[in-house]
Write a protein that binds this ligand. Structure first.
Ligand SMILES: *[C@@H]1O[C@H](CO)[C@@H](O)[C@H](O)[C@H]1NC(C)=O
Length: 470
């Protein structure tokens, strides 16, 4: 709280606000306030950085992000301007600073040109102005050369980079490269640079984008019809960049690509609760008892917060008497115990509530009480799934879509509170339920891939369906 230059701490926001306000304001008041802030900093030395009331999310992760933009003759000035606007829109969401995201831009045609180096700008506004001022080059398309250039001259050398900073490159191109991209891309990946390829229009070669980008293409290759419609893939690009920064691999294995949080292991449910048979003979589950306490510091579970979109999945059995209780299946609390994100089951009216925090309304909740959701409380095994998008949440039970509700985009969560599983609302009491799966996938498309084949009533459909189950 004592770093006055940090814009995501409350203090930083206030200082920025004052600095941006007309100076004819009562400057005496401002000085008094600043002095007060300094005094607080001097006299509260016991506050450790770890206890800081800090929000974490996509905007605050530590990234080196390099955009490699096609400026060849086929693009033309109007489309190049459109690409710049897209870039400005995307970078607007980041907290641009040496501590968080640093953005560089390389324009290329025959040769690459460093338009904006990584450490040039310390605010999102400055960066946006600099992007707007980039002049279009024209010329041939040497994408491989541009990637090589970024690897060697734009990203900071690995030894000077803190291990935690992610190195991400986004290549935006409208055509076939006239040089070899494969070697250049391989070299970049060997330097721990993650490559996204964005193809615009119908001149692009799919295989080239796929060989350039990281695996799988479904995650790292994006397409758009033309520059006019590039705005349509903005949300997806933001989500993917965020996933890359805040979401760990679920199975930290070579070749594994599924990102998210397996809360059953991360929250130690598998260690703290009793192992029992799950929904099928082949499945294991965990029986929570009144004395099981599934509570962890949020910092340990979601150290970099949550992405704007994600899929919450839980396979659970709400037996008697839990089926009549009101409890948070999962809740992410702030330091003072307020629910920032929560999935709540209410036995009395057989409903499910999703709670999140918006900038405007603070705590906001949407309730799913359609007839279809009531089966969740029939004391049998079920799979509850919530597809959370920035402006809407869709609720599924046993793979059947039940209801969709609108809400405002969430704000980054504070990570200095606790995260808990199966707790009575407003109480520390654990509710005795059985849990077989408790996951949060970062890729919203995982909602389509995730089946409910572990549920007996669904399993027969799964035998012939060739859906990819994990
Ligand atoms: C950029 O954002 C503005 C305002 O949200 C929007 O009107 C515009 O279409 C966006 N442009 C691109 C290219 O994404």
């Amino acid at each position: 709280m004592c770093d006055l230059t940090k814009s995501n701490s409350n203090g930083g926001n206030v200082v920025n606000f004052f600095l941006q306000t007309d100076l004819s304001l009562d400057t005496r008041k401002m000085k008094t306030w600043a002095l007060g802030a300094v005094l607080v900093c001097v006299f509260l030395p016991h506050i450790r950085a770890d206890d800081e009331d800090m929000q974490a999310g996509c905007s605050t992760t530590a990234n080196d992000l390099v955009f490699i933009i096609d400026g060849s003759s086929s693009v033309g000035v109007p489309d190049f301007d459109q690409a710049k606007r897209w870039l400005i829109n995307i970078t607007r969401g980041f907290d641009v600073s040496s501590r968080h995201t640093q953005v560089a831009v390389v324009q290329y045609s025959d040769t690459p040109r460093l338009e904006i180096p990584l450490d040039k700008h310390d605010s999102s506004e400055d960066l946006q102005e600099a992007i707007a001022a980039i002049h279009y080059m024209g010329g041939k398309t040497q994408t491989g050369r541009a990637i090589k250039f970024a690897t060697h001259h734009v990203f900071s050398p690995p030894d000077r980079t803190q291990a935690t900073r992610k190195r991400i490159a986004v290549v935006l191109t409208d055509g076939r490269s006239q040089d070899d991209v494969v070697d250049a891309a391989m070299e970049a990946k060997a330097q721990n640079i993650v490559l996204f390829a964005v193809g615009v229009g119908n001149e692009i070669t799919n295989s080239e984008l796929v060989s350039m980008a990281n695996n799988p293409p479904s995650t790292y290759v994006l397409y758009t019809e033309d520059y006019t419609s590039i705005g349509n893939i903005r949300e997806m690009m933001e989500q993917k960049l965020c996933e890359e920064s805040v979401c760990p691999l679920i199975v930290p294995d070579v070749g594994s690509t599924l990102r998210g949080f397996d809360l059953l292991t991360a929250m130690r449910v598998d260690k703290l609760a009793k192992k029992v048979q799950g929904s099928l003979i082949t499945e294991a589950a965990y029986q929570l008892g009144a004395r099981t306490d599934i509570t962890l510091n949020t910092r340990e579970i979601f150290p970099d917060g949550l992405p704007p979109s994600y899929v919450f999945v839980s396979t659970l059995r709400v037996k008697s008497p839990a089926h009549q209780m009101k409890f948070d299946l999962l809740r992410v609390l702030s330091e003072d115990g307020a629910r920032q994100v929560a999935v709540t089951l209410t036995g009395a009216d057989k409903s499910v509530t999703f709670t999140s925090t918006s900038a405007l309304h603070k705590e906001q909740s949407v309730i799913f009480n359609d007839r279809g959701i009531k089966r969740l409380f029939d004391t049998n095994w079920h799979q509850l799934k919530l597809l959370v998008k920035p402006r809407r949440v869709t609720c599924y039970l046993d793979d059947v879509p039940i209801e969709e509700q609108l809400l405002d985009p969430g704000v980054p969560i504070y990570i200095n509170g606790r995260t808990q599983v199966a707790k009575k609302v407003n109480l520390a009491t654990t509710v005795p339920i059985l849990i077989q799966k408790l996951r949060l996938y970062c890729d919203p498309q995982q909602s389509e891939r995730e089946t409910a084949c572990e549920i007996f009533s669904v399993v027969r459909q799964c035998n012939w369906a060739s859906k990819w189950n994990i």
